[in-house]
Design a binder for this molecule. Structure first.
Ligand code: ADP
Ligand code: ADP
Length: 229
C-alpha cells in the first residue's frame, strides 16, 4: 500500500513550521527511511499518515485515498505503529500485550493468544518470555514485543519512530537484521524514522533526508543519498 505526501505543510499553533511543502512517495512494499537531525519534522510527518497530526495544507494519500476520508480510530487499527519506548502495558504479560490487538478486532481469546505466540516467535523471542511482565525484559526484548504487537494489527503499513534508538549498538544491529528478515517475508510498506544516517542506509530501500525547517533535502536509494554531499 503506497503513501504519498502532496505539498504537505504543518505549522503548529505556536507558528513553528515543522514540515514545509513535503512531496514524497513511499512505494508500496518498501522500507522508506525519514532521516535528519532532531526537530526536522520526521515525527510530525509520520504522524500525519495515521492522523495523529493533521496537515495545515496539502494531502496525505494512503493507497490513493486521502487519509482524511477515514476516521482516525479506523485508520489507526489498520496501521501498525512502533515508538522508541515500546509503550507496553505494564500490568499485562508479554503474551497478552500482543494478544490484545487481535482480541480488540474480535478474535476469541484462545485464537488471539495462539496468534500472539506465533508473532513472538517471528520476532525472535523465546516462548517462555510470553509469561513475563514487560519490566522483566531487557530494552531490546521490549522493543521486539513492540514490533510483534505492531505486526499483530496485520496491517500492510507499519510506522516506526526511532524504534531502536534506546538500545545499545549491538542489540540495535540484531533488531535491524530482524527487521530486514521480517520484511523479506512480509513485504509491508514501512516508514521508518531515525536521526542516524548509518541506520537509514542500512535499512532503507529509499532514504528521504529532511533538514531543519521541515524541507526535503534528498531522496533516493541509500547509494544515491550517500553519493551526494
Ligand atoms: P523530529 O521528529 O525530526 O525531531 P518533530 O516532528 O518532532 O521533529 O518536530 C519538528 C518541529 O516541530 C520541532 O521544531 C518541534 O519542536 C516542533 N513541534 C513538534 N510538535 C509540536 C507541537 N505539538 N507544538 C509545537 N511545535 C511542535
Ligand atoms: P520525539 O521524541 O518523538 O521527537 P518529543 O519528545 O520531541 O518527541 O515530543 C513529545 C511530544 O511533545 C510530542 O507529542 C510532540 O508533538 C510535542 N512537542 C514537541 N515539541 C514541542 C513544542 N515545541 N511545543 C509543543 N509541543 C511539542
Amino acid at each position: 500500500m503506497g503513501i504519498e505526501f502532496r505539498g504537505v505543510t504543518k505549522r503548529y499553533p505556536d507558528g513553528t513550521v515543522a514540515v514545509d511543502d513535503l512531496n514524497l512517495t513511499v512505494e508500496d512494499g518498501s522500507i522508506t527511511v525519514l532521516v535528519g537531525p532532531s526537530g526536522c519534522g520526521k515525527t510530525t510527518s509520520l504522524r500525519m499518515i495515521n492522523r495523529m497530526v493533521e496537515p495545515t495544507s496539502g494531502q496525505v494519500l494512503l493507497d490513493g485515498r486521502d487519509v482524511r476520508e477515514s476516521d482516525p480510530p479506523a485508520l489507526r487499527r489498520g496501521i501498525g505503529y512502533v515508538i522508541q519506548q515500546a509503550g507496553l502495558f505494564p500490568h499485562r504479560t508479554v503474551l497478552d500485550n500482543v494478544a490484545t490487538v487481535p482480541l480488540l478486532s474480535g478474535w476469541g481469546r484462545r485464537k488471539a493468544r495462539a496468534r500472539a505466540a506465533e508473532l513472538l516467535e517471528l520476532v525472535g523471542l523465546p516462548a517462555e518470555l510470553g509469561k513475563r511482565y514487560p519490566a522483566r525484559l531487557s530494552g531490546g526484548q521490549q522493543q521486539r514485543v513492540g514490533v510483534a504487537r505492531a505486526l499483530a494489527a496485520d496491517s500492510p503499513v507499519l510506522l516506526m519512530d526511532e524504534p531502536f534508538s534506546a538500545v545499545d549498538p549491538v542489540v540495535r544491529e540484531g533488531l535491524q537484521d530482524e527487521l530486514l528478515r521480517l520484511q523479506s517475508q512480509l513485504g509491508k510498506t514501512i516508514v521508518f524514522v531515525t536521526h542516524d544516517i548509518d541506520e537509514a542506509v542500512r535499512l532503507g530501500d529509499r532514504v528521504a533526508v529532511l533538514r531543519v525547517g521541515g524541507r526535503l533535502a534528498q531522496y533516493g536509494s541509500p547509494a544515491e543519498v550517500l553519493r551526494q554531499p
